[in-house]
Design a protein around this ligand. Structure first.
Ligand code: CP
Ligand code: NVA
Length: 334
């Protein structure tokens, strides 16, 4: 299924409601979504979290397959629990030993799988593996993390922020650390919601220029600012949320020794947190490398919302599955 045009094309003029426009679509990038569609997913996620019984059989007999080239705890289990509790089934295929496309082409995998299941979830190294599968498969494809993006994470993270802070227009969101897949999706999500996003990253580890440009183009319409700098203290000063991730993502493990000293000044510790707003929260997608990118005191401290984020992965993905499978209209037995 072809991915719809970039977010900007529909940003200001959604012609249909999200439950209609998202039905049958892919989610390869956050930029596949309009502001209205993202707001629709978030709104449904809050309702599903509060009123699960009303959605209990909404995905009755639907089948989801997950092909994962990389390790996972949260993403795998939250997709499985999401699908199971809505009445559907989840199949897991471990691709960590043989990358997708090696045994047979992506097109042939798509032509088989679409005959058996209603939705495909992929965790890959190459982002193109996801966009190609989306191109070939007639059923929706979801990016469950690629080297470029982690959209499901970012949607759950901004759901977590909405729970705490309400409307996020003008919110000061700061990401400190590696300008990686998680950072990319967070920037795009912040831009779509009209939240300001500041990234503090070491030289040579900034987010990709084309993603920054994409986020800025969206932010120009929604009225927010996307700022990238090298200074960690400057980046977190006055922030309403400070987010970090491991400095060596999956696939970059061979760079761990080289990266450790470069990222040391970007560690989120109590001193860095003290520059944020007093009400600021600390966020991390997990898994965390304790006392590397974040100290125990911050990760386990009163400002940390990391396990709320982890819980919300499940609720946000329920909403996403409902929307893409054409069941996003509302409750089934309210
Ligand atoms: N945050 C996240 O995606 O965790 P996993 O790698 O365990 O799925
Ligand atoms: N940036 C990390 C996120 C893990 C959830 C990685 O890609 O390994």
């Amino acid at each position: 299924m072809a991915t719809k045009p970039a977010a900007l094309q529909e940003l200001e003029s959604p012609e249909t409601t999200p439950d209609v426009s998202l039905a049958g679509r892919d989610l390869c990038s956050v930029a596949d979504l309009t502001t209205t569609e993202l707001a629709g997913i978030l709104s449904l996620a809050h309702d599903v979290k509060t009123n699960l019984a009303a959605y209990r059989w909404a995905l009755d007999a639907k089948q989801m397959v997950m092909f994962f080239e990389k390790a996972s705890l949260r993403t795998r289990l939250t997709f499985q629990t999401a699908m199971n509790t809505l009445g559907g089934s989840a199949l897991f295929v471990d691709q960590t030993q043989s990358p997708l496309g090696e045994r047979e082409s992506l097109a042939d995998i798509a032509r088989n799988v679409e005959r058996w299941v209603q939705i495909i979830v992929l965790r890959t190294y190459a982002h193109e593996t996801i966009t190609e599968m989306a191109q070939y498969a007639s059923v929706p494809v979801i990016n469950a993390l690629s080297d470029l993006e982690h959209p499901c994470q970012a949607i759950a993270d901004f759901m977590t922020l909405e729970e705490r802070f309400g409307n996020l227009r003008g919110f000061n969101f700061t990401y400190v650390g590696d300008g990686n897949n998680v950072c990319h999706s967070l920037m795009l999500t912040a831009a779509l919601l009209g939240a300001h996003c500041t990234v503090g990253a070491p030289k040579n580890y900034a987010p990709k220029a084309d993603i920054v440009a994409q986020a800025r183009a969206i932010a120009n319409v929604t009225g927010s600012n996307i700022t990238v700098m090298n200074d960690p203290v400057g980046a977190v000063t006055g922030a309403d949320a400070i987010y970090t991730d491991i400095c060596t993502s999956m696939g970059f493990e061979h760079e761990a020794t080289k990266r450790a000293p470069i990222f040391k000044p970007y560690q989120v510790n109590e001193t860095l947190m003290a520059h944020a707003a007093p009400s600021a929260v600390f966020m991390h997608c997990l898994p965390a490398h304790r006392n590397a990118e974040v100290t125990d005191a911050v990760l386990d401290g009163p400002q940390s919302v990391v396990f709320d984020q982890a819980e919300n992965r499940m609720h946000a993905q329920k909403a996403l599955l409902l929307m893409l499978l054409g069941c996003g209209k509302g409750r089934t037995n309210a």
